[in-house]
Ligand binder design. Structure first.
Ligand code: GAL
Length: 481
C-alpha cells in the first residue's frame, strides 16, 4: 500500500485510510515505536525522514522538492522590509551570527548516525577517535568526532531542567567522552533539535536554547548538529516569510535562537543546521551557522549521490569560507556502492566543499577505501585555506549539452586549476574537454596531473581525453606546460 516518492522518501498512504482522523500539519505520523495516527491532512504527506520519525509535510510533488513548507497558520510578523520594521517573533529574534573562530573550512570528521543509528555508546565513539589515529585519518586532517541522536534519557532532569546523558550508553557522561576525545587531539560534537523532541524522541532544545547551549559548553562540546523534527505548529513557516527574506522565517528563527545562545556561552561552536534544504536555507545559512543540510537523509546508493549533486549545483553561490552546503554524511563503507561510486561520492563532496563526516564503523574500511578518504590532493582542494569557492560545471567542448547532474567541473585551488569529470553513464566512456573551455585556462599546452595517483599523465595541447569508468570520477590538476 505504501509507495516511495520524492527525494525525502515521501510515504504516501492510500485512500483506504482517508477516513481515519489526520495528524496535524507538521505532526508526527510514523517511525519506530510510534503508535499514534499515520494519516495527514489533505495536501500533506506523511514523509519518512528517518526510521524513527515520519512527519506530515506539505505535498510538494507538483513543485520543487526543496521549497520551504507552508501552512495556513500565519507567523506573527507580516512586515515587509528591514529588520526594524518587522513585528512579532521576527522583530525580536536575535541577529548575532555564528562564531568565526571556527568553521572557515568544511568540517572533516566522523558521525555516529550512519554507522550505528541509536545503538551508540562511549566505547564506539572512542573507538572511532582511536581509529582516526591508527588508520591515518588524523594525519589526513580529520578532526571532529560527533555523536548523533539518542545520547540522552527521554526526560530532562526534574530539578535542573538539563538534558541528561543516558548512563547506560555514556557512563562518564558527555563531559567524560568529550574529555577523552580532546585528550586524543580531536574536537567533539553533539546533536540536538530545533523542536520539542529529536527525531528519535529525545529532548529537543526549542525553548531551552540557553540552558542547553550552556550545558554543552560546560561539557566541552565543540560542534552542534541541530535537527528539525517535532516543530510545533506555531513555529511552522507560513507562505512567504516576512519581507520575503527566509532569514526571518520561523524556521530560521528557531536556528537563530540557538546561534545566540551558543554565542552567550563564549565558547566557539561549529554550528551545523540539519534543516534538510527547507526554508531556502542556502540564502541565510551563513548568517546563522557554518553548514546546512541540502536534503533529507543520505543513503548508500548511486541515486542519492547523483540527486544531491543535482540539488547542490543549483546553489553553488552560497558556498565559500564559513558557508557550506552540506550534502549529508558519508556512506563509504556502507551498503553496496562500487569503488568507483565511492570515489565519486568522496570527490563530489570534496569539489563542492561539503562537510565530510565519515559515517561507518571505521574498522570495516579496506585499504582502497582508506586511500580514497585520505587522498592528500583531494583533501588539499577541500581544505584549501586561500580559496573557499567550489568547482562549478563547465561545457567541455563547443556545443556539448549538459546532462543532469553535470559531468564536467572546474575549480581553483591555491595551486591552480582543477578539473573533475564524473561518468554518470552505466558503461565506461571516453571523456574529452578543450582547455580553452576550462575557466582559468585557455588555449595552449598543459601538463595534466592525476590527483588520485599523484602522477603526471603527460603534456597535452588543445584538449584532453580520458576513459572514465562507469560512475567513477577523474580528478585532475592542470598546469601550463
Ligand atoms: C534526521 C537527520 C539524520 C539523523 C537523524 C537522527 O533528521 O537528518 O542525519 O540525525 O535525524 O534521528
Amino acid at each position: 500500500m505504501a509507495v516511495y516518492a520524492l527525494p525525502l522518501f515521501a510515504y504516501v498512504l492510500g485512500g483506504l485510510l482517508a477516513s481515519v482522523a489526520a495528524q496535524s500539519e507538521y505532526g508526527q505520523c510514523g517511525g519506530i515505536g510510534w503508535t499514534g495516527g499515520i494519516t495527514c491532512p489533505t495536501g500533506w504527506v506523511c514523509t519518512d525522514l528517518n526510521p524513527y520519525y515520519s512527519q506530515c509535510l506539505q505535498d510538494t510533488s507538483s513543485g520543487t522538492t526543496t521549497a520551504a513548507p507552508t501552512s495556513t497558520s500565519a507567523p506573527s510578523s507580516t512586515s515587509t522590509s528591514a529588520t526594524s520594521t518587522l513585528t512579532g517573533i521576527a522583530a525580536s529574534a536575535p541577529t548575532i551570527g555564528p562564531s568565526h573562530d571556527v568553521g572557515k573550512l568544511p568540517a572533516l570528521g566522523w558521525n555516529s548516525w550512519n554507522a550505528y543509528g541509536c545503538n551508540i555508546n562511549e566505547t564506539k565513539v572512542l573507538n572511532a577517535a582511536n581509529q582516526f589515529i591508527s588508520l591515518g585519518l588524523a594525519d589526513a586532517g580529520y578532526e571532529y568526532i560527533n555523536i548523533d541522536d539518542c545520547w540522552p534519557l527521554t526526560t530532562r532532569d526534574a530539578s535542573t531542567g538539563r538534558i541528561v546523558p543516558d548512563p547506560s550508553k555514556f557512563p562518564n557522561g558527555i563531559s567524560g567522552v568529550a574529555e577523552k576525545v580532546h585528550a586524543l587531539g580531536f574536537k567533539f560534537g553533539i546533536y540536538s533539535d530545533a523542536g520539542t523532541a529529536t527525531c528519535a524522541g529525545f529532548p529537543g532544545s526549542l525553548g531551552n536554547e540557553e540552558l542547553d547551549a550552556a550545558t554543552f559548553a560546560e561539557w566541552g562540546v565543540d560542534y552542534l548538529k541541530y535537527d528539525n523534527c517535532n516543530v510545533p505548529g506555531n513555529w511552522s513557516d507560513a507562505g512567504n516569510p516576512p519581507g520575503g527574506d527566509w532569514y526571518n522565517s520561523n524556521s530560521a528563527i528557531r536556528y537563530r535562537q540557538m546561534t545566540a545562545a551558543m554565542n552567550e556561552t563564549g565558547r566557539p561552536f561549529h554550528f551545523s543546521l540539519c534543516i534538510w534544504g527547507n526554508a531556502n536555507v542556502w540564502d541565510w545559512g551563513a548568517r546563522v551557522g557554518h553548514s546546512w543540510r541540502m536534503s533529507g537523509d543520505s543513503s548508500a546508493s548511486w541515486s542519492y549521490i547523483t540527486s544531491i549533486i543535482t540539488t547542490n549545483v543549483q546553489h553553488l553561490d552560497s558556498i565559500d569560507f564559513y558557508s557550506h552546503n552540506d550534502m549529508d554524511m558519508m556512506e563509504i563503507g556502507n551498503g553496496a556502492l562500487t569503488i568507483q561510486e565511492q570515489r565519486t561520492h568522496f570527490a563530489a563532496w570534496v569539489f563542492l566543499k561539503s562537510p565530510i563526516l565519515l559515517g561507518t564503523d571505521l574498522s570495516l574500511l579496506n585499504s582502497t577505501q582508506l586511500d580514497i578518504i585520505t587522498n592528500p590532493e583531494l583533501l588539499a582542494f577541500h581544505q584549501d585555506a586561500t580559496i573557499g569557492t567550489p568547482a562549478a560545471p563547465f561545457t567541455p567542448t563547443a556545443g556539448a549539452t549538459t546532462p543532469s547532474p553535470p559531468e564536467f567541473y572546474a575549480g581553483t585551488s591555491s595551486k591552480g586549476t582543477h578539473v573533475f569529470v564524473i561518468n554518470t553513464n552505466s558503461t565506461a566512456l571516453t571523456k574529452t574537454f578543450d582547455f580553452a573551455n576550462v575557466p582559468g585556462l585557455g588555449s595552449g599546452s598543459f601538463v595534466v596531473h592525476d590527483m588520485w595517483t599523484g602522477k603526471d599523465l603527460g603534456t597535452f595541447t588543445t584538449s584532453y581525453s580520458t576513459t572514465v569508468d562507469t560512475h567513477d570520477t577523474a580528478a585532475l590538476f592542470i598546469k601550463p606546460a
